[in-house]
Design a protein around this ligand. Structure first.
Ligand code: SF4
Length: 476
């Protein structure tokens, strides 16, 4: 039995409805009390990773090197790797907590994979409530019963893919997925049907990551002159080799009607030092951005930071490469229970992103994906948070709260619902410019509903009655 270096405090989450309804009693908080002066601009300088026994002797050059980050990334991809991961967890948070993680791993739809940078940002003294742990390490004791309407491909991406790895949903935009791996795996991934390795729960749909497969996507885009925007995601574009970054970027820029490329990466959140220590990827991106500019086109970086705790001086320094070269970086967060669903945490995230020249762009309502119900919030939480957040900073640095309409309706502004019944947790959206005439249903998590409504959801007749009631309101 290994003794944890910090005493682990197990905190029970607040009671179900008290937690979800914590905003609704009216604001008793003094105005702007959630903003802590200039805290968003102060970064803990120095070797923050040395607080962990595993990293205490490592200098900046050792810990932040790309080689160290890759070589010491922990995962559960093999039995030996799992042992190593659990030994690390046990060393830093104790054996009981490690057993809870082991139970979570057995039920998770996503493989676990975590970089040393991200491990160093976890609060191992309070792992049950740590927002970074919550995103990357599942706990058996915290899993909730799935809402019956959850699926693995909740956005219906496979149905909207004219060629493998290319999602064409909007009139003028496509999503191109050139490969299916990431530097880390997020528990809540919307693409858990395809990303990462198979788990005990999910056999993944395989995305082909070869130039031959990419060629089909280029041909499709070239033959659709309405397409002006290409989002490069995956998986994570950080995992595309630099020569391929250049190859894909140039191939897209060579298509006359492609005007904008958005590169989606979580790299800046989970391994930012790569920008300084292994600059080939960044250079390839900058080369593509420079070529774009010379042709009156644009390249943007879209990163994915959910908690202010993920942002350090390393992130700030990494951002210089893009800021000094005029590449705009925007952030897309997912609203996650226990991570960023309070005004205090979301305000700090938004202000801290702005302080390092990242524009807070979207906050997504958590998608209806299976196996991570403990992370979802109700739409009511999202609406209230948006209301309270707006005004803390300039409008262009205030994120838009959106629901990615389940079944392929695209992103809808959260408050634009056509119907929302807080009792049954059903909300309905429409998307006239994406799929006219269709309705898209979102469902609040069961744990935010009263017990008798939860029971109705687990009964097929009860489900049908609630559906019928919602549709009757829509079409009286
Ligand atoms: S980095 Fe993005 S694609 Fe990869 S696991 Fe996380 S959310 Fe999914």
């Amino acid at each position: 039995m290994v003794t944890p270096f910090l005493k682990v405090r197990e905190e029970e989450p607040p009671s179900r409805l008290a937690y979800e309804n914590r905003f609704t009693s009216g604001s008793q908080t003094p105005p702007l009390a959630h903003l802590d002066g200039n805290a968003h601009r102060s970064f803990e300088e120095g070797a923050f990773w040395q607080i962990l026994p595993s990293y205490e002797k490592l200098s900046a050059d050792e810990f932040l090197s790309y080689r160290f980050q890759i070589k010491n990334t922990l995962s559960n991809s093999t039995p030996i790797a799992t042992q190593k991961l659990l030994a690390f967890v046990s060393e830093h948070a104790g054996e009981t907590f490690a057993q809870d993680v082991a139970a979570g791993l057995r039920q998770a739809p996503m493989t676990v994979q975590i970089t040393p940078y991200t491990l160093s940002r976890m609060d191992w003294g309070n792992p049950y409530t740590c927002p970074i742990r919550t995103q990357f390490l599942p706990l058996g004791s915290r899993l909730h019963v799935d809402h019956p309407m959850l699926t693995l491909d909740s956005l219906g991406e496979k149905a909207d893919s004219p060629v493998p790895g290319l999602v064409h949903r909007y009139y003028d935009r496509v999503l191109f997925l050139p490969q299916s791996t990431c530097p880390v795996y997020c528990r809540f991934c919307t693409r858990s049907y395809a990303i990462g390795q198979d788990t005990q729960q999910v056999v993944k749909y395989k995305l082909e990551a070869t130039p031959a497969a990419w060629k089909k996507a280029f041909e499709y885009i070239a033959s659709h002159p309405t397409v002006e925007d290409v989002v490069l995601s995956g998986g994570d574009f950080y995992n595309v080799a630099p020569p391929h970054v250049q190859y894909i970027g140039e191939a897209l820029l060579n298509i006359e009607h492609v005007k904008r490329i958005r590169i989606a990466t979580k790299g800046l959140a989970v391994n930012p030092s790569r920008i300084m220590y292994d600059p080939a990827w960044t250079q390839a991106v900058l080369n593509v951005a420079n070529q774009a500019r010379s042709r009156f086109k644009q390249v943007f970086i879209h990163t994915h930071i959910n908690s202010p705790q993920e942002i350090t001086w390393v992130t700030r320094d990494a951002l210089r490469a893009f800021a000094e070269n005029g590449v705009v970086v925007r952030n897309q967060s997912v609203l996650l229970r226990g991570v960023n669903d309070t005004l205090e945490k979301m305000s700090l995230l938004v202000k801290r992103l702005s302080a390092i020249s990242i524009q807070p762009y979207y906050v997504y309502q958590h998608d209806l994906v299976q196996g991570v119900e403990d992370l979802r919030t109700s739409l009511a939480t999202t609406l209230q948070l948006e209301k309270e957040l707006r005004g803390i900073t300039a409008g262009f640095n205030t994120p838009t709260f959106v629901v990615d309409a389940p079944g392929g309706g695209g992103k809808r502004v959260a408050w634009s619902y056509d119907y929302y019944d807080r009792t049954t947790g059903i909300s309905i959206f429409s998307a006239p410019s994406v799929k006219p005439g269709k309705h898209f249903f979102y469902f609040d998590p069961l744990h935010t509903l009263e017990p008798e409504i939860q029971a109705k959801w687990l009964d097929p007749d009860g489900q049908s009655a609630m559906y019928a009631q919602a549709l009757a309101h829509l079409h009286p």
